[in-house]
Design a protein around this ligand. Structure first.
Ligand SMILES: Cc1cc2nc3c(=O)[nH]c(=O)nc-3n(C[C@H](O)[C@H](O)[C@H](O)COP(=O)(O)OP(=O)(O)OC[C@H]3O[C@@H](n4cnc5c(N)ncnc54)[C@H](O)[C@@H]3O)c2cc1C
Ligand code: FES
Length: 261
Protein backbone atom coordinates (compact mmCIF):
# COMPACT_ATOMS: atom_id res chain seq x y z
CA UNK A 1 0.00 0.00 0.00
CA UNK A 2 1.48 3.37 -0.97
CA UNK A 3 1.68 6.33 1.41
CA UNK A 4 0.68 9.87 0.51
CA UNK A 5 3.32 12.06 2.04
CA UNK A 6 4.48 15.49 1.00
CA UNK A 7 8.21 15.02 0.95
CA UNK A 8 11.11 17.31 0.29
CA UNK A 9 13.52 16.35 -2.49
CA UNK A 10 16.56 17.84 -4.19
CA UNK A 11 17.17 18.00 -7.94
CA UNK A 12 20.33 16.03 -8.78
CA UNK A 13 20.38 16.61 -12.53
CA UNK A 14 18.22 17.89 -15.32
CA UNK A 15 18.65 17.77 -19.10
CA UNK A 16 16.61 18.07 -22.27
CA UNK A 17 16.55 14.72 -24.11
CA UNK A 18 14.25 15.63 -27.04
CA UNK A 19 12.45 18.84 -28.00
CA UNK A 20 10.35 19.86 -24.95
CA UNK A 21 11.14 16.57 -23.16
CA UNK A 22 13.16 16.72 -19.95
CA UNK A 23 14.92 14.11 -17.87
CA UNK A 24 15.25 14.96 -14.16
CA UNK A 25 16.71 12.95 -11.27
CA UNK A 26 15.48 13.92 -7.80
CA UNK A 27 16.97 12.67 -4.56
CA UNK A 28 14.04 11.71 -2.27
CA UNK A 29 13.17 9.13 0.36
CA UNK A 30 10.11 8.28 -1.79
CA UNK A 31 12.49 6.33 -4.04
CA UNK A 32 12.55 3.55 -1.42
CA UNK A 33 8.86 2.75 -1.92
CA UNK A 34 8.30 3.56 -5.61
CA UNK A 35 6.96 0.74 -7.80
CA UNK A 36 6.76 0.64 -11.62
CA UNK A 37 3.61 2.36 -12.87
CA UNK A 38 3.17 4.51 -9.76
CA UNK A 39 3.54 8.27 -9.93
CA UNK A 40 4.39 11.28 -7.78
CA UNK A 41 2.76 14.69 -7.56
CA UNK A 42 5.32 17.41 -8.26
CA UNK A 43 4.52 20.80 -6.73
CA UNK A 44 5.22 23.90 -8.82
CA UNK A 45 6.79 26.68 -6.70
CA UNK A 46 4.52 29.22 -8.36
CA UNK A 47 1.87 29.62 -5.67
CA UNK A 48 -0.91 30.35 -8.16
CA UNK A 49 -0.54 26.70 -9.17
CA UNK A 50 -1.18 24.86 -5.94
CA UNK A 51 -1.97 21.40 -7.21
CA UNK A 52 0.85 18.96 -7.71
CA UNK A 53 1.33 17.74 -11.29
CA UNK A 54 1.24 13.94 -11.67
CA UNK A 55 4.42 12.52 -13.24
CA UNK A 56 5.17 8.80 -13.57
CA UNK A 57 8.15 7.11 -12.06
CA UNK A 58 10.52 6.51 -14.96
CA UNK A 59 13.38 4.93 -13.02
CA UNK A 60 14.50 4.33 -9.45
CA UNK A 61 18.11 4.44 -8.26
CA UNK A 62 18.15 2.44 -4.99
CA UNK A 63 21.75 3.34 -4.19
CA UNK A 64 21.32 7.10 -4.56
CA UNK A 65 17.75 7.07 -3.24
CA UNK A 66 16.65 8.95 -6.31
CA UNK A 67 13.74 9.03 -8.73
CA UNK A 68 13.98 9.76 -12.43
CA UNK A 69 11.11 11.71 -13.99
CA UNK A 70 10.85 12.22 -17.74
CA UNK A 71 8.25 14.76 -18.74
CA UNK A 72 7.01 16.89 -21.62
CA UNK A 73 6.38 20.60 -21.24
CA UNK A 74 2.57 20.84 -21.46
CA UNK A 75 1.82 24.10 -19.62
CA UNK A 76 2.99 26.42 -16.86
CA UNK A 77 3.74 23.74 -14.25
CA UNK A 78 5.97 21.55 -16.40
CA UNK A 79 7.57 24.66 -17.92
CA UNK A 80 8.62 25.67 -14.41
CA UNK A 81 10.00 22.15 -13.69
CA UNK A 82 12.22 22.45 -16.78
CA UNK A 83 13.87 25.54 -15.29
CA UNK A 84 14.98 23.74 -12.11
CA UNK A 85 18.72 23.35 -11.67
CA UNK A 86 20.72 20.79 -9.64
CA UNK A 87 20.52 21.65 -5.93
CA UNK A 88 16.96 23.04 -6.22
CA UNK A 89 14.71 21.97 -3.33
CA UNK A 90 11.39 20.52 -4.49
CA UNK A 91 8.25 19.05 -2.91
CA UNK A 92 6.70 15.79 -4.01
CA UNK A 93 3.49 14.03 -3.03
CA UNK A 94 3.73 10.30 -3.11
CA UNK A 95 4.09 7.73 -3.99
CA UNK A 96 0.66 7.62 -5.63
CA UNK A 97 -1.54 5.05 -7.36
CA UNK A 98 -1.12 1.35 -7.97
CA UNK A 99 1.62 0.11 -10.21
CA UNK A 100 1.73 -2.65 -12.82
CA UNK A 101 1.30 -6.19 -11.43
CA UNK A 102 4.91 -7.31 -11.92
CA UNK A 103 4.41 -10.55 -9.97
CA UNK A 104 1.62 -11.68 -12.28
CA UNK A 105 3.83 -11.26 -15.30
CA UNK A 106 6.79 -13.23 -13.97
CA UNK A 107 7.80 -16.11 -16.19
CA UNK A 108 5.39 -15.04 -18.95
CA UNK A 109 6.00 -13.46 -22.34
CA UNK A 110 5.38 -9.81 -21.63
CA UNK A 111 5.12 -7.02 -24.18
CA UNK A 112 5.46 -3.47 -22.88
CA UNK A 113 3.94 -0.76 -25.05
CA UNK A 114 4.68 2.92 -24.55
CA UNK A 115 3.36 5.73 -26.69
CA UNK A 116 4.88 9.23 -26.59
CA UNK A 117 5.06 10.53 -23.05
CA UNK A 118 3.67 7.14 -21.94
CA UNK A 119 7.10 5.64 -22.66
CA UNK A 120 8.88 6.76 -19.43
CA UNK A 121 7.05 4.42 -16.97
CA UNK A 122 7.98 1.46 -19.22
CA UNK A 123 11.63 1.84 -18.21
CA UNK A 124 11.32 0.99 -14.50
CA UNK A 125 8.79 -1.70 -15.43
CA UNK A 126 11.22 -3.30 -17.91
CA UNK A 127 13.97 -3.11 -15.29
CA UNK A 128 11.82 -4.82 -12.63
CA UNK A 129 10.63 -7.53 -15.04
CA UNK A 130 14.10 -8.26 -16.35
CA UNK A 131 15.30 -8.75 -12.73
CA UNK A 132 12.50 -11.29 -12.38
CA UNK A 133 13.90 -13.07 -15.46
CA UNK A 134 10.77 -12.48 -17.46
CA UNK A 135 10.88 -12.47 -21.27
CA UNK A 136 10.45 -8.74 -22.05
CA UNK A 137 9.71 -7.22 -25.44
CA UNK A 138 9.25 -3.46 -25.62
CA UNK A 139 7.42 -1.58 -28.36
CA UNK A 140 7.78 2.20 -28.28
CA UNK A 141 5.73 4.54 -30.42
CA UNK A 142 7.13 7.98 -31.25
CA UNK A 143 5.86 10.79 -33.43
CA UNK A 144 9.11 11.12 -35.43
CA UNK A 145 12.88 10.56 -35.26
CA UNK A 146 13.22 12.57 -32.02
CA UNK A 147 13.55 9.40 -29.93
CA UNK A 148 14.13 9.38 -26.18
CA UNK A 149 14.99 6.62 -23.65
CA UNK A 150 15.90 4.26 -26.54
CA UNK A 151 19.30 3.13 -25.17
CA UNK A 152 17.87 2.86 -21.63
CA UNK A 153 15.04 0.57 -22.76
CA UNK A 154 17.33 -1.58 -24.92
CA UNK A 155 19.18 -2.60 -21.75
CA UNK A 156 16.15 -4.49 -20.45
CA UNK A 157 14.52 -6.16 -23.43
CA UNK A 158 14.21 -6.47 -27.20
CA UNK A 159 13.08 -3.04 -28.40
CA UNK A 160 10.96 -2.34 -31.48
CA UNK A 161 10.22 1.20 -32.61
CA UNK A 162 7.25 2.65 -34.46
CA UNK A 163 7.13 6.23 -35.72
CA UNK A 164 4.07 7.98 -37.08
CA UNK A 165 6.07 9.47 -39.96
CA UNK A 166 8.05 6.28 -40.66
CA UNK A 167 11.43 8.02 -40.12
CA UNK A 168 12.63 5.26 -37.72
CA UNK A 169 11.48 1.66 -37.36
CA UNK A 170 8.01 0.71 -38.53
CA UNK A 171 5.72 3.39 -39.95
CA UNK A 172 2.59 3.36 -37.83
CA UNK A 173 1.89 2.62 -34.20
CA UNK A 174 2.72 -0.02 -31.59
CA UNK A 175 0.05 -2.38 -32.93
CA UNK A 176 1.40 -2.07 -36.48
CA UNK A 177 4.68 -3.41 -35.06
CA UNK A 178 2.91 -6.31 -33.32
CA UNK A 179 1.36 -7.43 -36.62
CA UNK A 180 4.41 -6.77 -38.80
CA UNK A 181 6.88 -8.53 -36.50
CA UNK A 182 4.40 -11.27 -35.52
CA UNK A 183 5.06 -10.60 -31.83
CA UNK A 184 3.23 -12.93 -29.48
CA UNK A 185 2.31 -11.93 -25.93
CA UNK A 186 0.81 -13.57 -22.85
CA UNK A 187 0.51 -10.20 -21.13
CA UNK A 188 0.57 -6.62 -22.43
CA UNK A 189 1.40 -3.66 -20.19
CA UNK A 190 0.89 -0.24 -21.73
CA UNK A 191 0.86 3.49 -21.20
CA UNK A 192 0.13 6.19 -23.76
CA UNK A 193 -2.58 8.37 -25.25
CA UNK A 194 -6.21 7.24 -24.92
CA UNK A 195 -6.71 6.24 -28.60
CA UNK A 196 -3.68 3.94 -28.31
CA UNK A 197 -4.97 2.40 -25.07
CA UNK A 198 -8.42 1.92 -26.60
CA UNK A 199 -6.85 0.11 -29.59
CA UNK A 200 -4.77 -2.07 -27.23
CA UNK A 201 -7.86 -2.97 -25.19
CA UNK A 202 -9.61 -4.12 -28.40
CA UNK A 203 -6.50 -5.94 -29.67
CA UNK A 204 -6.11 -7.78 -26.34
CA UNK A 205 -9.77 -8.81 -26.31
CA UNK A 206 -9.58 -10.09 -29.91
CA UNK A 207 -6.39 -12.05 -29.23
CA UNK A 208 -7.42 -13.18 -25.71
CA UNK A 209 -4.40 -11.56 -24.11
CA UNK A 210 -4.45 -9.97 -20.66
CA UNK A 211 -3.65 -6.26 -20.90
CA UNK A 212 -2.89 -3.80 -18.14
CA UNK A 213 -3.20 -0.17 -19.20
CA UNK A 214 -2.17 2.98 -17.36
CA UNK A 215 -4.74 5.76 -17.76
CA UNK A 216 -2.84 9.02 -17.41
CA UNK A 217 -6.00 11.11 -17.24
CA UNK A 218 -6.26 14.65 -16.05
CA UNK A 219 -6.05 14.80 -12.24
CA UNK A 220 -6.54 17.31 -9.50
CA UNK A 221 -6.03 16.20 -5.87
CA UNK A 222 -4.31 12.93 -6.80
CA UNK A 223 -5.40 11.27 -3.55
CA UNK A 224 -8.99 10.19 -4.15
CA UNK A 225 -10.76 13.18 -2.62
CA UNK A 226 -12.14 15.31 -5.49
CA UNK A 227 -13.50 12.71 -7.98
CA UNK A 228 -11.91 14.75 -10.74
CA UNK A 229 -10.49 11.63 -12.39
CA UNK A 230 -13.24 9.02 -12.44
CA UNK A 231 -13.60 6.52 -15.27
CA UNK A 232 -16.37 4.02 -16.02
CA UNK A 233 -15.80 0.44 -14.97
CA UNK A 234 -17.53 -2.81 -15.86
CA UNK A 235 -17.91 -3.73 -12.16
CA UNK A 236 -19.61 -1.80 -9.39
CA UNK A 237 -17.33 -0.33 -6.75
CA UNK A 238 -17.99 -2.30 -3.53
CA UNK A 239 -17.85 0.88 -1.46
CA UNK A 240 -19.84 3.41 -3.56
CA UNK A 241 -21.96 0.83 -5.51
CA UNK A 242 -21.46 2.72 -8.79
CA UNK A 243 -19.63 1.71 -11.98
CA UNK A 244 -16.83 4.19 -11.37
CA UNK A 245 -13.19 4.08 -10.37
CA UNK A 246 -10.88 6.88 -9.36
CA UNK A 247 -7.87 6.75 -11.64
CA UNK A 248 -5.59 8.36 -9.05
CA UNK A 249 -6.19 5.80 -6.31
CA UNK A 250 -7.77 2.73 -7.95
CA UNK A 251 -5.40 3.14 -10.93
CA UNK A 252 -3.74 4.54 -12.91
CA UNK A 253 -3.11 0.90 -13.94
CA UNK A 254 -6.22 -1.18 -14.71
CA UNK A 255 -6.94 -4.56 -16.24
CA UNK A 256 -8.21 -3.37 -19.65
CA UNK A 257 -11.26 -5.63 -19.39
CA UNK A 258 -12.44 -3.75 -16.31
CA UNK A 259 -12.59 -0.20 -17.69
CA UNK A 260 -14.74 1.42 -20.35
CA UNK A 261 -12.59 3.82 -22.30
C1 LIG B 1 -0.86 9.31 -13.53
C2 LIG B 1 -0.25 10.33 -14.49
C3 LIG B 1 1.06 10.19 -14.85
C4 LIG B 1 1.64 11.12 -15.73
N1 LIG B 1 2.93 10.94 -16.05
C5 LIG B 1 3.53 11.83 -16.88
C6 LIG B 1 4.91 11.67 -17.22
O1 LIG B 1 5.60 10.74 -16.78
N2 LIG B 1 5.46 12.59 -18.04
C7 LIG B 1 4.70 13.64 -18.54
O2 LIG B 1 5.24 14.46 -19.31
N3 LIG B 1 3.41 13.82 -18.24
C8 LIG B 1 2.80 12.93 -17.41
N4 LIG B 1 1.49 13.12 -17.10
C9 LIG B 1 0.78 14.31 -17.63
C10 LIG B 1 1.15 15.53 -16.76
O3 LIG B 1 0.66 15.34 -15.47
C11 LIG B 1 0.57 16.82 -17.36
O4 LIG B 1 1.19 17.07 -18.60
C12 LIG B 1 0.86 17.99 -16.41
O5 LIG B 1 0.07 17.86 -15.25
C13 LIG B 1 0.55 19.30 -17.09
O6 LIG B 1 0.76 20.32 -16.13
P1 LIG B 1 1.12 21.81 -16.57
O7 LIG B 1 0.96 22.69 -15.39
O8 LIG B 1 2.43 21.87 -17.26
O9 LIG B 1 0.05 22.10 -17.65
P2 LIG B 1 -1.42 22.66 -17.47
O10 LIG B 1 -1.35 24.14 -17.57
O11 LIG B 1 -2.08 22.07 -16.26
O12 LIG B 1 -2.06 22.06 -18.76
C14 LIG B 1 -1.45 22.34 -20.05
C15 LIG B 1 -2.05 21.48 -21.12
O13 LIG B 1 -1.86 20.09 -20.81
C16 LIG B 1 -3.10 19.41 -20.75
N5 LIG B 1 -3.03 18.43 -19.64
C17 LIG B 1 -3.03 18.69 -18.32
N6 LIG B 1 -3.00 17.55 -17.62
C18 LIG B 1 -2.95 16.53 -18.51
C19 LIG B 1 -2.92 15.11 -18.42
N7 LIG B 1 -2.96 14.46 -17.27
N8 LIG B 1 -2.87 14.40 -19.57
C20 LIG B 1 -2.87 15.01 -20.76
N9 LIG B 1 -2.92 16.34 -20.91
C21 LIG B 1 -2.96 17.10 -19.81
C22 LIG B 1 -4.13 20.46 -20.51
O14 LIG B 1 -5.38 20.12 -21.09
C23 LIG B 1 -3.56 21.66 -21.22
O15 LIG B 1 -3.87 21.64 -22.59
C24 LIG B 1 0.88 12.20 -16.24
C25 LIG B 1 -0.44 12.35 -15.85
C26 LIG B 1 -1.01 11.42 -15.00
C27 LIG B 1 -2.42 11.60 -14.57
S1 FES C 1 -7.68 13.40 -8.75
FE1 FES C 1 -8.99 13.80 -7.06
S2 FES C 1 -10.06 11.92 -6.87
FE2 FES C 1 -8.59 11.49 -8.38
Amino acid sequence: MSGKKKEKGVVLSQKMIAPDIYDMWISTSLAMEALPGQFVGVYPHNESKLLPRPISICEVDDKKNALRLVYRIAGEGTKEFASWQPGQEVFLLGVLGNGFPVKEAEGKKVVLMGGGIGIPPMLQLAKALSKAETNVTIVSGYRDAQLFLKEDLERYGKLYIATEDGSVGTKGNVLTVMEKEQIKADVIMACGPMPMLRAIKNYAEEHEIIAYISLEERMACGVGACLGCVCKTTHKDTHSHVNNARICTDGPVFDAREVEI
